[in-house]
Design a protein around this ligand. Structure first.
Ligand code: PAF
Length: 291
């Protein structure tokens, strides 16, 4: 489907065909260039819903540089093939003119202070653009008379926190489902950016999941997290330039100032990391303690 009207009509038809009193629709928003991580989202949506819609839209509002937007891989045929294999019923792949018929939208979602830190500090305006398109996609896909769920990866932890916050703060009638990060067999979190790493860079990048695993193990054993020792490990990998490693509250994303350095860890937190490996910026995170 390339227009909102087509999508609404097709999804209403499929929901009606289920003949259920309260069917459910699962939405999987993506920007395409799909990999097994996205397949994880689609599979989770398929398992829990009667009708599954995926969207593919490279959202210009969430890119800082025009060059990044142009460089973003477009692989529509392969994406459709993968979504078909995952059992997705409908794909919504609108043009920019369909999503933003009046050109640059003048009214947007402002993501607020939660977006000033971590990824937001490195990518000004990114989260406002992301939330604006997610709000639009949720409105377009919202099924009347059906349960509505939308699926996002836990790998983009700050994005997920912000989407949950927008949906709660602005009363969007949708359940947001966070889907666990899919990793390659060497431990690297799947990302469409991994394809830009050279062999040597990929090897070096493995220090990121290693660092997170170390913290995860310490948290599980209720040991002090001792982040300084993890920072030393990261610094030993010369081609990795660390942007941040933070242990934060999973909802407020505020750094935990206590209960993690030199005392047994007992709480619940998120360890978030971002680093540049060569020219590629990678992010990852892991839950510490119970979710
Ligand atoms: O995570 C992504 O792929 C994008 O940020 C999203 C949620 C599809 C919005 O463009």
């Amino acid at each position: 489907m390339t227009t909102a009207a087509e999508l609404r009509e097709a999804s209403a038809r499929l929901l009606q065909e289920t003949e259920l009193t309260l069917p459910s629709l699962g939405l999987v928003p993506t920007m395409g260039a799909l990999h097994a991580g996205h397949a994880g989202l689609a599979t989770a949506a398929r398992a829990a819903n009667d009708v599954v819609v995926a969207s593919i839209f490279v959202n210009p509002l969430q890119f800082g540089e025009q060059a990044d937007l142009e460089r973003y891989p477009r692989t529509l045929d392969a994406d459709l093939e993968l979504l078909g294999q995952c059992g997705v019923d409908l794909v919504f792949a609108p043009s920019a003119a369909e999503m933003y018929p009046g050109g640059e939208p003048q009214v947007r979602i402002r993501s607020g202070p939660l977006a000033d830190k971590l990824e937001g500090a490195a990518r000004p305006g990114h989260f406002d653009g992301m939330l604006t398109v997610v709000a639009k996609l949720l409105h377009v896909a919202q099924p009347p008379g059906a349960r509505f769920r939308a699926y996002f990866g836990q790998k983009d932890a700050q994005q997920l926190v912000l989407i949950r916050r927008m949906v709660g703060d602005l009363n969007f009638p949708v359940e947001i489902v966070g889907v666990p990060t899919v990793r390659a067999s060497d431990g690297l979190a799947l990302s469409s950016r991994n394809q830009f790493l050279s062999g040597a860079e990929r090897k070096a990048a493995l220090v990121l999941p290693r660092a997170l695993r170390l913290l995860e193990g310490r948290a599980a054993r209720h040991e002090a997290l001792d982040p300084d020792s993890v920072l030393e490990m990261l610094a030993s990998e010369r081609s990795v330039s660390l942007d941040y490693l933070e242990i934060v509250d999973p909802e407020t994303l505020e750094p935990l100032a206590f209960n993690c350095r030199h005392v047994p860890f007992t709480g619940s937190a998120l360890a978030v990391i971002a680093a540049r490996v060569g020219a590629v910026r990678l992010i990852d995170n892991v839950q510490l303690g119970p979710e």
